[in-house]
Design a protein around this ligand. Sequence first.
Ligand SMILES: Nc1ncnc2c1ncn2[C@@H]1O[C@H](COP(=O)(O)OP(=O)(O)OP(=O)(O)O)[C@@H](O)[C@H]1O
Ligand SMILES: [Mg+2]
Length: 318
Amino acid sequence: MVGGGGILLAILLSGWAAARVTRPVEVLAAAARDVAGGNWNTQVEVNSADELGELAESFNRMTRELLRQRDQLLQTERVAAWRELARRLAHELKNPLFPLQLTVENLIRARQQSREQFDEIFLESSSTLLAEIANLKAIISRFSDFSRMPHPQLQRVQLNEIVQGVGRLFQAQLQASNPPAIKCEFELDEHLEPIAADAELLHRAISNLLLNAMDAMPQGGTVRLRTWQTDNSVYLEVSDTGTGLTSEECERLFTPYFTSKQHGTGLGLAIVQSIVSDHDGKISVQSSPGRGTTFRIELSKNPEKLKLAAGQRNRANA
Ligand SMILES: Nc1ncnc2c1ncn2[C@@H]1O[C@H](COP(=O)(O)OP(=O)(O)OP(=O)(O)O)[C@@H](O)[C@H]1O
Ligand SMILES: [Mg+2]
């Protein structure tokens, strides 16, 4: 009888001891899973002064330290990004300011010369000033475009029509004989289904790709705009026969401020990428130096969004 009681007590005691150990370990395991899932704010309750209590205390110290380091890293990254932006802006604005200053100094000097000479220099200087001011305005609007990218207003759109619209807009520039003419070819799938997209933003993205293609062909060449579709997506390719890019350059291409041009801001492709990703699309590039470059955009057909976009348009027209 006494023996039986002793065994029962032993079982109860070992059960209690096991629960005392396993429960805090389970709590710690759950908290560790939480941290692994990205919730670094996790803390566990410290209920005892033994090894388990110490373990819980160390766990809490670790998550506090992780949080502190993450905040510090974010601060450093933010400061670095601001520095890069300031450096880039200063560089871009300094370039056209220098000729502006020289031209005005020239004008002041010319004022002391004869009337005819002054008139001639005045005309020449005015056109330089206007060109450099236009350059400054273009840089500023590029930066402001990038900072205020609107969210897409989805409507039922035909990608082919947007591509043709961009082609028409650049026709004169493409055919100019100086720089040498660039042939523009269209290969548009006439059965392309409409998609839910922001026509204005897509127009802006395609224009940027076309402008880059033209810049890449200083000796002339061919740019091809091609569309096609699969069951779920529509595709657009802009290919050129220009200078091409190395694989290292391809990797850096979409980084803001990456440019190889004297007056480039390096924001064009960052804008294109942001427009494509705002449409839940994908952009990729294939290039070989000396042979040309192809940019491919994939946009999902997404019938649900298309129905919603068509509904919104009907309401707007009602
Ligand atoms: N089709 C292309 N062929 C060859 N290089 C290209 C092509 N498109 C882009 N690049 C390279 O990628 C760089 C970045 O292009 P991005 O459009 O972002 O800026 P940018 O054209 O230099 O400046 P911006 O667009 O402000 O005029 C270009 O400077 C160029 O070196
Ligand atoms: Mg560009």
